[in-house]
Write a new protein. Structure first.
Lengths: 548, 126
């Protein structure tokens, strides 16, 4: 019998992130994954800003960036008749997101109003991200990685979970005993099925889309400076699609079509039509797939929780599939660690669902709007887009305007990425008064309880996020609130709760953080703010550790 | 003659669709929820002006023949027969095929089309 504090079922990006996040908190885990190797399909093509902030906290940001799009390469999104042209417009300067990481870093460093993330997004294919996470997990003594091992079933009791796992080759049985089991086992989650938890939502609203993965050294030459744009949307009478280059330094491309080949149409016909010319390429794989807009009705029961695609399935418009899963893993990791360490109260783990289910639903609505926007931006495409002269120019300008107005939502929605809040959570100290707006597109920096702390830099250039305790709470206090900070520290110590004090002298930061006392959780979300502490600080500590 | 028949089929489809929706609203909690939350007008028409619109407001659905002055989403079909074929197909991608082939133009909010897809999926007899 293998004994482990946490058994993670599924070694995809979310399961591996969870294992790594637990390890950073000193918690051992076992990861079982039925596939014997990481995915060979490009799948995701963006690790978004919030996930990159999380990977920075885990010390993985540089490794992930090194495996993806070069730091000086573009992250542009364009719309064109075909890759060869005519190009209607390219979104490049209008938002941080499109900038090469190097340029984005300067913009982020210069930002003083908290409106930008600490990390810009990373353009990278899932098939290149997963090996980074897997290598990191394999090298970590806290993580026992078992690929080629499939969860068959489990049972939970008052003190833990017993799971039966099969070796996929030999069918040899492994028995695991864990305090907690986390199903990160993807869209067909066996763990979710065992718990009898359904998705809510109606399947197959978009029908069957089609995807072609191809490799070519020549396609890059169709782009300025030989550097493929991240996304090239294709729209002309008789043809629509999206060509994705998940990494400008590699030869992989993914062509998305709204439906499979027509009778008599070959894959090559489709690729040539997308490119608008004939260049050499190899088709690696292709096939239909069905995007969904589904969210699990519950995120777990008792000692078993779900994260990643096991809780939600989204169409990739907006890039929130894995990225939502990463924030789920981040939310769950510190709660598991605190509970295992003994300072987490009985309401801490149940708060995972209370906090994350509403975010999963919010993201679903956002993703749906993104999918709709992607369709709508093609509505104005007419035969005139291919016409010469003023008529053609006007038609192309119209499509360009629609694209920038609508499809930009897919990329620029920092409100969805950073702006989600856990305001109704039972472990957040609620505040009277009017909550600031919480838009999906525009991110509004705020320390309203439940919000992610706005990112900022100290006068010496240090990122405030890097000062936060990843395994405990951090009290950001103005020097005028030093005594109050001491009282809270004392109360935390009494409850055995790790709490770090950071005194902020900079008036700029005090203004940004709105209150002299801002209490931040290990997942960088604010759980309390105030001019002063409540009269009984211990009650506040008990609330935020899930013991009130 | 073919256009006339297509228009006729489209009108019959619109009527039948309204019936299906009303029945589903009475039977399915999810459809009721979708209808209750929605407030929009979806127009289905041909280029020649035949068609109708579904007005969904305050928990009610009603179909009217004719053209609405400000629909939230419009499908304009070259031919009523094509519209009927695509709209009765169980393959959701048929609408995208028709759009790409130029058989149908669309304007307005595609979210309304997604709403319609979902209601029809739940409303159609399996
Ligand atoms: C074309 C496409 C583009 C996408 N683009 C993006 C994007 O840009 N951004 C984004 O965030 N997301 C994107 N996604 C979604 C992203 O790929 C998924 O959200 C992500 O893979 C989810 O990760 P996961 O770890 O939750 O699940 P998975 O990646 O599905 O991993 C689950 C793992 O569990 C294993 N497993 C399953 N059952 C068992 C069992 N019984 N026992 C043991 N192991 C088991 C599986 O083998 C698998 O390795 C895209 C998806 C597609 C298809």
């Amino acid at each position: 019998m293998n004994e482990t504090p946490v058994l993670i079922v599924g070694g995809g990006p979310v399961g591996l992130t969870l294992a790594l996040a637990l390890s950073r908190q000193g918690v051992r885990s076992t990861v079982v994954n039925d596939r014997k190797e990481t995915t060979r399909h490009p799948k995701l093509d963006v690790v978004n800003c919030r996930s990159m902030e999380i990977f920075r906290q885990l010390g993985l940001d540089e490794k992930i960036r090194a495996a993806g799009n070069p730091l000086d390469a573009n992250q542009y999104s364009a719309i064109a008749a075909s890759v060869k042209g005519p190009v209607y417009t390219v979104m490049r300067e209008r938002h941080l997101i499109y900038q090469p990481v190097e340029t984005a870093r300067t913009l982020i460093r210069e930002c003083t109003d908290g409106s930008l993330p600490l990390e810009s997004m990373q353009r990278i294919a899932q098939m290149h991200l997963e090996p980074v996470l897997l290598a990191e997990a394999r090298a970590d003594p806290n993580i026992d990685v078992r690929f080629g091992a499939r969860l068959f079933g489990f049972e939970q009791d008052a003190t833990g979970v017993t799971a039966l796992v099969h070796d996929v080759d030999t069918r040899a049985q492994q028995h695991h005993r864990a305090r907690y089991l986390i199903g990160c086992d993807g869209p067909s989650s066996r763990v979710r099925n065992f718990l009898n938890i359904d998705y809510d939502g109606t399947r197959d609203l978009m029908g069957e889309l089609f995807i072609i993965h191809l490799r070519s050294k020549a396609i890059a030459g169709l782009f300025p400076n030989g550097q493929p744009y991240w996304h090239t949307w294709l729209s002309r009478p008789g043809f629509s699609g999206l060509l994705v280059s998940p990494d400008a330094s590699r030869d992989d491309y993914v062509l998305h079509r709204p439906f499979g080949p027509r009778p008599g149409e070959s894959l090559e016909d489709i690729v040539d039509a997308a490119l608008g010319t004939q260049v050499p390429y190899d088709i690696v794989q292709s096939g239909p797939w069905r995007p969904q807009f589904l969210v699990a009705k519950s995120f777990g029961r008792h000692r078993v929780f779900l994260a990643g695609d096991a809780t939600h399935q989204y169409m990739p418009t907006g890039g929130l599939g894995m990225n939502t899963g990463v924030t789920e893993a981040h939310n769950l990791a510190w709660k598991l660690a605190a509970t295992l360490a003994g300072w987490g109260g009985p309401k801490l783990l149940p708060s995972y669902e209370a906090e994350r289910l509403p975010v999963a639903r919010r993201n679903r609505e956002h993703v749906k709007k993104c999918a709709a926007a992607a369709f709508e931006s093609q509505f104005q495409t007419s035969a005139a887009v291919l016409a010469p002269g003023a008529v053609g120019e006007a038609a192309r300008a119209l499509v360009a305007r629609e694209f920038e107005a609508r499809t930009s939502r897919l990329y620029e929605s920092l409100g969805a990425e950073l702006g989600y809040r856990y305001g109704d959570s039972p472990i957040i100290a609620r505040e009277e008064g009017r909550e600031p707006p919480c838009d999906e597109v525009a991110y509004l920096p705020t320390t309203w309880p439940g919000a992610r702390l706005p990112s900022a830099f100290r006068d010496d250039g240090q990122a405030v996020f890097d000062l936060l305790d990843a395994s405990g709470f951090t009290l950001l206090a103005a020097s005028s609130a030093r005594n109050e900070a001491e009282r809270l520290t004392l109360a935390a110590r009494e409850a055995g709760v790790p709490l770090r004090q950071v005194l902020l002298e900079e008036p700029r930061l005090r203004q940004l953080y709105e209150r002299p006392l801002v209490l931040v959780r290990p997942d960088q979300h604010v759980c309390f703010r105030g001019e002063t502490l409540p009269s009984e600080p211990r009650r506040l500590i008990d609330l935020i550790r899930g013991a009130a | 003659m073919q256009a006339f028949l297509g228009d006729l089929k489209l009108r019959a489809l619109l009527l039948a669709t309204e019936r299906l929706m009303l029945r589903a609203r009475a039977r399915s909690e999810r459809v009721r929820q979708l209808v209750d939350e929605a407030s929009h007008v979806l127009q289905i028409r041909t280029e020649s002006g035949c068609g109708g619109y579904f007005e969904v407001r305050q928990g009610r659905v009603r179909m009217r023949f004719g053209l609405h002055e400000a629909p939230d989403f419009t499908q304009t079909w070259k031919d009523g027969g094509d519209a009927v074929r695509a709209l009765t197909s169980r393959d959701e991608a048929d609408l995208a095929r028709a759009f790409e082939a130029g058989a149908c133009r669309m304007s307005g909010s595609f979210l309304v089309a997604l709403w319609f897809n979902e209601v029809m999926k739940l409303a159609r007899p399996r």
